[in-house]
Ligand binder design. Structure first.
Ligand code: NAD
Ligand code: UDP
Length: 316
């Protein structure tokens, strides 16, 4: 029997590399497509010996050769994801989430593959509704430092909508909330990577603003299970799902948990200015994912952080 063929755009990144791992264990033929703008070969080095894994260095803004239209699943995870990453690569981020999404949708239109677009909780901007449900339209600044990411993800969603309704593409969207775990790039400026490396290196731990802003942190294995449920489950075509962990934490509390689990009680906390348009509260309402997908996160924050810290310890 022919193996199932999955294309993972952004597969050499943090989430994408874990998704490739999962798909390989499911017996898929996996093609990882990545231009390495924020990802790395190191993230997928362990997969290289696998016969059913292939890496192609390619920018998804350009079309893939038409032979890839025969794939069964196309996962679009390509895009810088951290504020530092997308602000440094702002134009590339806009193009990847717009033109890149269009190219991958066109591939699915030709070959009838199932498509999933990794959107983001950032489409809700600095939300005025809490927790955020999929029906909330958001409160987003279209003209600021985060706009390259927020607005291009929103445009990507609109392209998915059009391909669903005009061309009958079998597509769905997930809005991913803050996710962490091993392989989260230690230099990408996200709170999890920053604070763990700071605590382990014995430098000052940086809180932006007063630390009262909140985030809800999802462990990467839970996210991967959610991605698979959203693309493979029945009645998911045309749907939008929040995928995240609804346990909300202030950044101040998060800093203390990191210090506790790193075992570095002498770490000093310093405060830096809150970046422009930094969302004040963020928490997914995951009722829809629970009902449609039977999915919910399983890994508690401390458990996920222990595994993540172990991974960083091996590198620092
Ligand atoms: P990441 O930066 O580690 O991975 C993204 C990957 O996409 C990288 O390997 C990068 O090189 C690749 N890429 C970027 N532009 C590309 C292009 N034009 N062509 C080919 N490859 C390209 O980020 P991540 O945390 O793994 O995020 C993966 C996806 O999930 C992104 O789409 C992101 O927007 C979304 N997301 C992630 C989070 C999170 O907390 N990690 C939250 C919300 C949404
Ligand atoms: N943050 C922080 N210290 C850091 C990095 C980030 O206090 O060293 C804050 C940031 O201002 C935001 C939250 O932590 O309020 C999450 O930031 P991150 O960049 O991880 O993701 P975001 O949810 O903002 O995209």
């Amino acid at each position: 029997m022919k193996p199932i063929h999955s294309i993972v755009a952004g597969g050499a990144g943090f989430v994408g590399s874990h998704l490739c791992d999962f798909l390989i264990t499911q017996g898929h033929q996996v093609t990882c497509v990545d231009n390495l703008i924020t990802g790395s070969r190191e993230n997928i080095a362990h997969l290289k010996p696998q016969r059913n894994f292939k890496f192609i260095k390619h920018d998804v803004v350009k079309p893939l050769p038409s032979r890839f239209a025969k794939a069964n699943y196309v996962f679009h995870l390509a895009s810088p994801a951290s504020p530092v990453g997308y602000m440094q690569n702002s134009i590339e981020t806009i193009l990847t989430n717009s033109m890149g999404t269009l190219q991958l949708l066109e591939l699915c239109r030709k070959g009838k593959a199932k498509f999933i677009f990794a959107s983001t909780s950032e489409v809700y901007g600095n939300p005025q509704v809490h927790p955020q449900t999929e029906t909330y339209w958001g409160h987003v600044n279209s003209f600021g430092p985060r706009s390259c990411y927020d607005e291009s993800k929103r445009l990507g969603e609109a392209l998915v909508y059009e391909h669903l309704h005009k061309f009958n593409v079998d597509a769905r969207i997930i809005r991913i909330f803050n996710t962490y775990g091993p392989r989260l790039n230690e230099n990408d400026g996200r709170v999890v990577s920053n604070m763990i490396t700071q605590a382990l290196k014995g430098t000052d731990l940086t809180i932006y603003g007063d630390g009262s802003q909140t985030r809800s942190f999802c462990f990467v294995s839970d996210l991967v299970a959610g991605i698979w449920a959203a693309i493979s489950g029945p009645k998911t075509r045309g749907e939008v799902f929040n995928i995240g962990n609804p346990t909300e934490t202030t950044i101040q509390d998060f800093a203390h948990v990191v210090i506790e689990l790193c075992g570095t009680p002498k770490t000093k906390i310093i405060h830096k200015p809150l970046p422009t348009d930094d969302p004040i509260r963020r928490k997914p309402d995951i009722t829809k994912a629970q009902q449609y997908l039977g999915w919910e996160p399983r890994v508690p924050l401390k458990e996920g952080l222990r595994q993540t810290i172990e991974w960083y310890r091996g590198r620092i």
